[in-house]
Design a protein around this ligand. Structure first.
Ligand SMILES: NC(=O)c1ccc[n+]([C@@H]2O[C@H](COP(=O)([O-])OP(=O)(O)OC[C@H]3O[C@@H](n4cnc5c(N)ncnc54)[C@H](O)[C@@H]3O)[C@@H](O)[C@H]2O)c1
Length: 315
């Protein structure tokens, strides 16, 4: 496999949680970066001090996409309606952003002569199939418009690759965590919520018995997986991005409480409808292709806690 250099990249959704980390990794490798974002859920602070060209616009706005992708050899497509509950309420918005938006980006990227597009997909595609670990050739069982549209997106990426318009790779992220994840969003994930409550000395709330397990993956490894997928010529198809290790929600809460020295303890509340019991990636496909994460859960959690602690201190 050849390893092309990424000279200029478009990051859609670059003002988001994962986007900010991806941009830092690209810039440190000498890549010129363009961001297309309409700040639907993104935060301008995630771009603070980063020397990027920002195009404020929507991924369904063809003129904005065309402007943003000009001269780019690589596209990282992260912009999306990102919340499962919101997708249940706003199905048409979800289809418009996650399918029409992606299609517009695929079309404009291939018309502009870009070499590769890497799509941020999701483990939500596996639904609540009890089989673990989840491997890429399992039959998808999407249970929400969010998951259905991510799966649709994967098929469009495969179509564009098969017809020689642009090389594509789709990364199914498991539970991403790390600095700058928003704990205040109505749809925030467990790690930032637990950390915020523990740092405030408040009880950490667990829905259900806490025996549900997740494959938590540090955001810097997700950024690195994107770079790996883009740089590895010929790498195409669908790849899980996780560590292939699971942690229960109770263990996660206990670790965070221990590391913060919180006295707030744990409170159990009613289980949330539709919560999947176990989610664990088979990470073998991406690892066999040559990707090795530089971090692990322990190191990632320590770095994340340090960041939230410094944020709490400066608030
Ligand atoms: N965080 C996770 O655990 C996780 C897991 C699986 C998949 N993903 C996927 O990774 C990607 C990034 O997620 P994130 O956690 O960084 O979310 P995020 O909400 O922080 O980032 C999404 C970014 O896309 C932008 N955006 C949304 N709609 C847009 C539009 N119409 N036009 C232009 N920009 C738009 C938002 O403003 C935001 O900056 C998403 O595609 C998401 O579905 C995330």
């Amino acid at each position: 496999m050849n390893t092309p250099v990424i000279k200029k990249a478009l990051v859609t959704g670059g003002a988001g949680f994962i986007g900010g980390h991806l941009i830092e990794a690209l810039l440190s490798g000498g890549t010129e970066v363009v961001v297309l974002d309409n700040f639907r859920t993104g935060n301008p602070r995630n771009l603070d001090g980063l020397p990027v060209r920002l195009v404020r616009g929507c991924i369904t706005d063809r003129a904005a996409v065309r402007d943003a992708v000009k001269g780019c050899d690589t596209v990282f497509h992260l912009a999306a309606l990102v919340s499962v509950p919101e997708s249940m309420e706003r199905v048409h918005d979800c289809v418009s952003l996650n399918v029409t938006g992606l299609l517009t980006v695929l079309e404009e990227a291939s018309a502009a002569g870009a070499r590769k597009l890497v799509l941020s997909s999701s483990a939500a595609i596996y639904g609540d199939d009890p089989e673990v670990p989840k491997h890429e050739d399992m039959r998808p069982a999407p249970k929400s418009p969010y998951a259905i549209t991510k799966l649709d997106g994967e098929y469009y990426c495969a179509l564009f690759a098969a017809t020689g318009r642009i090389e594509t790779a789709c990364l199914r992220y498991f539970n991403v965590f790390g600095p700058r994840q928003n704990p205040r969003s109505a749809y925030a994930a467990a790690v930032p919520i637990f950390i915020r409550r523990a740092l405030a000395g408040e009880p950490v709330v667990i829905h259900g018995d806490g025996g549900q397990t997740r494959d938590f993956v540090f955001v810097k490894d997700v950024a690195a997986a994107n770079l790996f997928a883009a740089r590895t010529g010929g790498l195409t198809g669908v790849f899980n991005v996780g560590y292939g290790k699971s942690l229960s929600i109770r263990e996660l809460a206990e670790r965070i409480i221990a590391q913060t020295g919180s006295r707030g303890g744990i409170v159990n509340e009613a289980p949330r409808a539709g919560d999947v019991r176990h989610s664990l990636a088979s990470a073998r496909k991406l690892f066999s292709a040559g990707f090795t994460p530089a971090h692990d859960l322990e190191g990632g959690l320590a770095e994340t806690l340090a960041w939230y602690r410094s944020e709490a201190g400066s608030a």
